[in-house]
Each structure stands twice: as C-alpha cells, then as structure tokens.
Design a protein around this ligand. Structure first.
Ligand code: ATR
Length: 282
C-alpha cells in the first residue's frame, strides 16, 4: 500500500547501497501484510555514518539495517548491543527504542541457522563436526552461531592461518584452525561444510576443494548466492550430498528487524525468494 503520513519508516545504510536486496525484501513484506510503512535505501558515506545513524530517531525512523562498509562503525555508535553483535564486533540491525536510544543487533548468525533449519528440518548442530572455509566477518557469524547451537567441533580452514587462529581465540570454544593445504582431508567425518569465502561468486576465483573425503550424509551450504547454484553446491549435489544455497540466509537475517520496526513476524516464502531473485536479475 502507499505510505501515509503516519507510515513507519526503516531503511538500509550502505556505501554504495544500490546493490542491496533489502529494500526489495522488506518492501515485499510491507505489501504482503498491507502495512503502512516504507523501507528505503540510504546511501551514506563513511564520514557521515555516525551522524546519520544517530539521526535516525530524530527523523522518525524505527531503525535501519547496516551493510558494508558500516557494520563495525555501527557497533561503536549504538547505545546497546546484543550478545551476537558483541561476539562479532559488528551490527547489521539497529532498532530505535522507546526512549530514542539505539539497540544494535547482529542477525547474520540467526539468518544462517534459520536458513539451514528451513531447508533441512532434520539437521541439528549437534549431529557432528562442522568444517568452515574462510575466517572473515561472515565466518565469524557462522562459527558463533554454530557454537551457540551446540555443534561439537568447528574445523576452521583459511588461506591466511593467522586469521583463523585469531577468530578461534576471539570466539573461544571448540574451534580448531586447519591449514589451507589440508582443506580436503579435514572433510572426513564432517556433518556440515560451509563456504564463507567469496570463492565461487560470479567474478571471483573458484573454490578448489576435493569433496572425496566428505561423508555422503553431510550437509553443504554456501554463503555465496550469486550464482545461486555455486560450483561447490553443484558438485555436492552430484555426489549425493544435501546442499543449501545462501539466499535464505539473507532472507532470514531480515526477519528480526522487520518484526521490531513494523510489528509483525514476517515469513520467508517461495514467493519472496522469487521476488528477490527477479530484482537481482535486473
Ligand atoms: P567477509 O567479511 O564477507 O567474510 P572478508 O573479511 O574479506 O569478507 O573475508 C573473505 C574470506 O575469503 C577470507 O577468509 C579470505 O581468506 P584470507 O583471510 O586468507 O584473505 C577468503 N578468500 C578470499 N579470496 C581468497 C582466495 N583467492 N583464496 C582463498 N581464500 C580467499
């Protein structure tokens, strides 16, 4: 519906922001639930970010998502943070509270877990060890979520070993850093394999990973969703593994923000996926 003068407002701050799919997915939900609201892209340069974020309450916004490159800066600016944001030192969802203060949350790990659960309801973190490729920001969210959900062990494989060691010591818990050259042999006994690197994304290099040692019952997930069916997922499916694409993580991570800003728990449906994919294709 067309927003009225009383519409609830939210948006996404990024720089650049034009490739963000968040306006499409929140816009879809606003339409589907006939909510008097608007969700807009906010192109905010790094030097303006702190002021812009603090201004949300005075502009009448309920809050905002924060995307690249502002997630760490947002963590510094907000008044309060949730546990996930503190684990990651990064905020992706900001909620303006009743007294005008800003609550910073990080819902990436929630989105990751909900995507796996929705795609494979039988999967639980406790099933067995997880092998995670990569040690960047996305890996942090994934590893923290898996440990929180009760995964018995995380084997963390990263090209730059020190980054894996740093992630392991920052998060604590049952994380073992594994040298990049051992990325194929470490798959033996894994119940879950997740690629969190940019490898396999359109325009980036390939993830060279031999899946021979991966048990056939293991679940494989790629954070990359451009293309939806990455070479890793295609290879996994070919050898009989269950494979889950990365688009669902983006859709599910948006749920807590939408619920807080617009007062309704939104659902991730096949129609929403189609709408977001059509927007991305333009
Ligand atoms: P994000 O925050 O989105 O996770 P990032 O912090 O840039 O992004 O992390 C990218 C990840 O992809 C890192 O694990 C990176 O490995 P390094 O820590 O060694 O840089 C990984 N990556 C990127 N290009 C790679 C390549 N050509 N080979 C192996 N790993 C690569």
């Amino acid at each position: 519906m067309i927003p009225t003068g009383k519409a609830r407002l939210a948006g996404v701050m990024g720089w650049p922001v034009e490739h963000s799919l968040s306006p499409c997915l929140h816009g879809y939900w606003l339409d589907a639930y006939e909510i008097d609201g608007a969700y807009v892209p906010l192109a905010v340069a790094p030097e303006d970010f702190a002021d812009a974020l603090r201004m949300l309450a005075r502009l009448g916004f309920q809050g905002a998502n924060v995307t690249v490159p502002h997630k760490e800066a947002a963590f510094q600016v907000v008044d309060e943070t949730d546990d996930q944001a503190r684990h990651l030192g990064a905020v992706n969802t900001v909620i303006v509270q009743e007294d005008g203060t800003l609550l910073g949350r990080n819902t990436d790990g929630f989105g990751f877990l909900e995507n796996l659960k929705a795609a494979e309801p039988a999967w639980t973190a406790a099933t067995g060890p997880a092998v995670i490729i990569g040690a960047g920001g996305a890996a942090r969210a994934v590893v923290a979520a898996l440990l929180g959900a009760g995964v018995p062990e995380v084997k963390l494989v990263n090209r730059t070993r020190q980054r894996a060691d740093k992630l392991a010591s920052d998060l604590g818990g049952a994380i073992t850093a594994v040298p990049w050259k051992d990325r194929a042999s470490v798959l033996s006994g894994a119940a879950l394999l997740v690629n969190t690197t940019t490898l396999g994304m359109t325009g980036y290099g390939a993830l060279e990973l031999d899946l021979d040692d991966l048990p056939s019952e293991a679940l494989v997930n790629d954070i990359v969703y451009t293309p939806l069916e990455t070479p890793l997922l295609a290879e996994a499916r070919k050898r009989g593994n269950r494979a889950v694409d990365g688009l669902g993580m983006l859709l599910h991570q948006a749920r807590p923000g939408f619920a807080a800003w617009f007062g309704r728990e939104p659902e991730v449906t096949p129609d929403l996926r189609t709408a977001v994919l059509e927007t991305r294709g333009q």
